[in-house]
Design a protein around this ligand. Structure first.
Ligand SMILES: [Zn+2]
Length: 266
C-alpha cells in the first residue's frame, strides 16, 4: 500500500536547517566567509556552499568549520549527530525522488524526533563544565578527568596517561584521590584530551579550590581579607560580602547600578 508522506516538515528541511545553523555559528564567531575559509584552508566557496545547503558538506569540512568557530566538546558531539541525521534524510529523500524507495512516514517521524532531541542538546550547558563547577573533593576531580578521557576515547588510566605523556602511576594517584594533580601537568593533560577552553578553565579552578590557597588581597576600608581562592577571577570578596577590584573600584555592573541610582547617563 502506498501512502503519501505525512511529515510535519519537508524532507529537504534537514539539509537547509543544517546549513542555516552553520551560517549562524560563523556569524556568532564574528568571522567572514573569507576569513573562515582562510583559517581552515578551504576556498571560501566551499564555506558558501556549506551554508547554502545545496549539498551536505563532508564531516571533515564541517568539523574544521565548527572548531574554528569555537564549537568543541559535548557540542561537537551533538553536531556530529545532526550531521548524521542530515545525511540519512538526504539519502532517503534522493531515494524517494528516484522512486526507488517508498515514502516512509515512520522513518521521517523518527528523523524528526532525533533532530529535535539533538537540537535541544545544543542549548544544554556543557555537562562536564557543570560537573567541574561542583567538584569539591579530589575524587570528584579524578572522576571528571576520567569522564573527559572517555569522551576522547581513552577509557583507562593507562590510555589517558599515555595520551598526556604523564606516568601512569601519577594519573592513577590523581584518580584514586591519593594526591592532588599539579596545575601545569593537569592543564597540559586536559588539553591533550580535547578539553574545551571552558573545561580546562574549570579544571584549573576546581584544582585551586581543592588546594585551599586563599587570595592575599585585603579590603582596605574594612581591613578584611578576601575569602576567595588564590587565583579566583573577577572581584575580591570578604566574608562580610564587600566586593572590590584590584584598582579599588567596584566591578562594572555595580558601577553601572550606582550611576543609574545617581541618575548619571553613560
Ligand atoms: Zn581575592
Amino acid at each position: 500500500m502506498t501512502t503519501t508522506v505525512k511529515s510535519a516538515v519537508a524532507p529537504e528541511f534537514y539539509l537547509s536547517e543544517f546549513a542555516g545553523m552553520l551560517a549562524e555559528v560563523r556569524w556568532e564567531a564574528g568571522l567572514t566567509v573569507r576569513a573562515l575559509g582562510r583559517a581552515i584552508r578551504h576556498h571560501h566557496s566551499r564555506v558558501v556552499c556549506a551554508e547554502q545547503g545545496k549539498t551536505q558538506p563532508t564531516w571533515q569540512l564541517t568539523v574544521e568549520f565548527l572548531r574554528r568557530c569555537g564549537v568543541s566538546g559535548d557540542k561537537l558531539l551533538v553536531w556530529s549527530t545532526l550531521w548524521d541525521i542530515t545525511r540519512q534524510a538526504e539519502r532517503r529523500r534522493k531515494g524517494q525522488v528516484r522512486g526507488s524507495l517508498q515514502p516512509d512516514a515512520e522513518f521521517w517521524s523518527e528523523i524528526q524526533e532525533q533532530w529535535q532531541r539533538a537540537k535541544a542538546q545544543l542549548s544544554w550547558p556543557d555537562s562536564l563544565v557543570t560537573k567541574l563547577r561542583m567538584v569539591s573533593t579530589k575524587r570528584e576531580l579524578g572522576l571528571a578527568l576520567l569522564e573527559l578521557g572517555s569522551r576522547a576515547g581513552y577509557t583507562s588510566v593507562r590510555q589517558i596517561a599515555d595520551r598526556g605523556g604523564v606516568p601512569k602511576t601519577t594519573v592513577h594517584d590523581w584518580v584514586i584521590a591519593r594526591r592532588l594533580p599539579d596545575a601545569e601537568r593537569l592543564a597540559a593533560l586536559v588539553k591533550d584530551l580535547g578539553a574545551t577552553r571552558d573545561e580546562w578553565e574549570e579544571f584549573a579552578a576546581a584544582l585551586r579550590r581543592l588546594s585551599g590557597q586563599r587570595c592575599d588581597a585585603v579590603h582596605e576600608p574594612s581591613a578584611r581579607p578576601c575569602m576567595l581562592s588564590e587565583y579566583h577571577r573577577g572581584s575580591h570578596r570578604t566574608l562580610r560580602g564587600d566586593e572590590w577590584l584590584d584598582d579599588g573600584t567596584l566591578d562594572g555592573r555595580r558601577l553601572h547600578q550606582a550611576s543609574v541610582r545617581l541618575g548619571v547617563h553613560s
